[in-house]
Design a protein around this ligand. Structure first.
Ligand code: MRU
Length: 353
């Protein structure tokens, strides 16, 4: 499988439609800003770093139509509004804007396209470093049964990034080194990114894994069957509070109660110095239909949505939650592990290598 986002020899941009996985591998072309915005809002692409990368290309494509200051600001605003919680989107859009703003209007579209490409290459390099640092941290744990047991929530693998993943980067690094490991994969209702995407990509790489219901993690930790919880994240506030897929907070509570280390893997671009704490992070609320219905494959092989609640029952669908910094044992970034605290994060951000 190539990168999650790639351009062909004719400079056309492609990705996988993640709403069709794990049953169908469908490639979609992103030919303009509208395609990129639609891919993000409909979750054909998802995961903080990948959303940022698609947003960056979306801005570059918008500038092919009009590239004056007003058009640039409007396209940035439109793309930034596609999903609210992952800060990588804003970060990526601002990176492209800052690169092209000083240039003559006629030079902006090409420069933005090049910058989006560099941003993707940087994402791949960052995630490889996260894999390296996270792998060392995990190897320092003494696996209770000779096989390192990792529990993860949602999908923070290669499908959520341009390549390697964040939380799964250390898993892939250790697996490639021959370290025996096994991943407990939370199904991650309501959209089942764990069952559909994490399980799919781990299977693709031959990594031993078991899908569990979202409610099983506490029992597994209590029984001593988890050596570490390792998740990705969508935004880290200045004080180290972490927003990630709904249900992450409950895993962190269970981990602390059972003395299981809780690690959060993320590139430095996921740290938002403008958010003082978790309360400042906007939590996306998605359609109740994602709770009232579930998608799967029927016996004829068709993808179908099935209703699972009584007619008329209300449903609420917050897509993310905030784990307080005190429950996070370490952030794993491309610059190395870092405490989830304001002074440690300030030092990390200053260390601009
Ligand atoms: O709603 P999603 O699927 O975009 O949510 C994704 C997550 O919560 C991931 O865990 C997070 O973005 C980290 S991605 C490397």
């Amino acid at each position: 499988m190539p990168r999650t986002l790639w351009i062909d020899t004719d400079e056309r941009l492609f990705t996988w439609d993640q709403t069709r996985l794990p049953f169908e591998s469908v490639v979609i072309a992103l030919a303009g800003e509208a395609d990129c915005a639609h891919a993000i809002t409909s979750m054909q692409v998802r995961g903080a770093p990948l959303i940022g990368a698609v947003g960056a290309y979306g801005l570059a494509l918008a500038l092919r139509e009009r590239a004056d200051d007003a058009a640039l600001a409007q396209a940035l605003q439109r793309l930034n509004a596609t999903r609210p919680t992952a800060v990588n989107l804003r970060w990526a859009l601002e990176r492209v804007r800052d690169r092209v703003l000083p240039l003559p209007v006629a030079a902006r579209a090409d420069a933005a396209w090049q910058e989006a490409g560099r941003l993707c290459d940087d994402d791949v390099a960052c995630n490889a470093q996260i894999g390296h640092h996270g792998g060392r941290l995990l190897q320092a744990l003494a696996p209770r049964a000779g096989v390192l047991q990792i529990l993860t929530h949602c999908n923070a693998g290669r499908l959520a990034t341009v390549d390697h993943g964040t939380a799964l980067a250390p898993v892939y690094a250790l697996h490639a080194q021959g370290v025996p490991l096994h991943v407990w994969v939370d199904e991650t209702r309501p959209r089942n990114q764990g069952a559909s995407l994490t399980a799919w990509e781990l299977a693709d790489r031959g990594v031993p894994h078991t899908v569990v219901s979202d409610n099983a993690g506490g029992l597994l930790m209590r029984e001593g069957r988890v050596d570490a919880v390792l998740v990705g994240c969508d935004r880290v506030a200045r004080n180290g509070d972490v927003a990630n897929k709904i249900g992450t907070y409950l895993k962190a509570l269970a981990a602390r109660d059972n003395r299981v280390p809780f690690y959060v893997a993320c590139p430095v671009s996921t740290i938002d110095p403008r958010a003082p704490d978790g309360a400042a992070i906007p939590i996306e609320e998605r359609s109740p239909r994602e709770v009232t219905h579930i998608r799967g494959r029927d016996p004829l092989g068709q993808l179908v949505d099935v209703q699972i609640v009584p007619d008329g029952s209300a449903a609420l669908n917050p897509a993310f939650d905030v784990t307080p910094a005190r429950l996070v044992d370490a952030l794993i970034t491309e610059r190395g592990p870092c405490a989830a605290s304001e002074p440690a994060l300030a030092r990390l951000l200053q260390d601009d290598r």
